[in-house]
Design a protein around this ligand. Sequence first.
Ligand SMILES: Cc1ncc(COP(=O)(O)O)c(C=O)c1O
Length: 430
Amino acid sequence: MAILESWILNLESKFCLILPSKSPIMPGFELFGEEERKEVNEVLETGILMRYGFDAARKGRWKSKELEAAICSRFGSKYAQLTSSGTSALTTALSALGMGAGDEVIMPSFTFVASFEAVLSVGAVPVLVDIDDSLTLDPAAVRNAIGPRTKCVMPVHMCGSMADLDALQAICKEKNLVLLEDACQSIGASFKGKSLGTIGDAGAFSFDFVKTITCAEGGAVTTNDKSVYEKCDGFTDHGHDHLGADRGADLHPFIGYNYRISELHAAVGLAQIRKLDQFLAIQKKNHALLKSILEKIPEISFRRIPDPAGDSCTFLSWMLPTESIARAVVQELKSQNSLPGNFYWFDNNWHYIRKWDHLKTAATLNPLNEAQRSALLALGKQEFATSDAIMSRCISTAISLLWTEEQIRERGRIISESVKKALSSQKVTL
Ligand SMILES: Cc1ncc(COP(=O)(O)O)c(C=O)c1O
């Protein structure tokens, strides 16, 4: 750990742009500095900001290609296609996997809005089902939701940890369904030794500003299937086949869009991916200390992690015995100005079905296809009692890369005190 600490000190003292006032949430931006500047400057020196073409002028600098190679090598996928965001990575993957009008994609009730946005954008139907105590897709709920139009299962590896991929893979194999992993929140996490995002037919990553590693805006699709990769490659660039040296002479075997990443963003991503393992080591250390404090309270339980060794530890997700105790803890943290960094997703507008009125009322700017429209309106009447029973008791604490040991102990103390106060006010004995 001494090496780790000296690495952080070195970064902090020499180069780092540190943003302590931001509440941490998967914080690549917290340790950001000279390495990113160097990569960006190399692009600025050539003036070639686009990832394709201009071969002579770019002086051998291909940051996007380099980042794709780094993703393949770090995560162990055969292919990686960079995109302009995690949302466009999902859209690209869904298209390359053949999802389209009326196809049903099973996804969890707890995710980020981007997961269903991507499904809708390709004409497919998001079928939302319950999560279990892993905070990810409940395999039994997936099984129950499979119908004649089901084509794809999309687990979302929320808050740094994983869905039960053994169970989901078995279902997909048995029912001949595509498995697409939304690994946007779990960069660097793994399941049984394999990186999340590389286990299904394809995976999607996000490098937006609040992810484990960031390039401001960007994403990637990973896959081991050459034909899926080739489709992603063309789809993100107006369908270009990218076969010759002359971009103007490229053919367009199919219709694509512009979901390209820029060389500037890829340059930042390249510097960040090289730091990923250091970020993960810090997260795991900080997570372990905070957990050791909270687990002293017997009424606190923790999210189930299907493979604890693979947790990227960007969050510590913990649960209270009842919703009213969880709400009392949230109030107590708020009154102590300690709520930032602790997320009560049940009331959150972006992450849980309960607040997605725009989805449940099919509030789109342009007409949806009929299968989509009727499914969304039916969603408004659907109950998610199992998910509610879990999410209403769950608080996730984001793990900062910048915490000192004293700060973690202090945070643990405040949370513990808040929990004890809430328990005693609700007449639950410790
Ligand atoms: C689970 C999940 N999927 C997809 C995305 C979309 O990523 P982006 O913001 O890069 O479009 C996010 C972003 O927060 C996410 O959390």
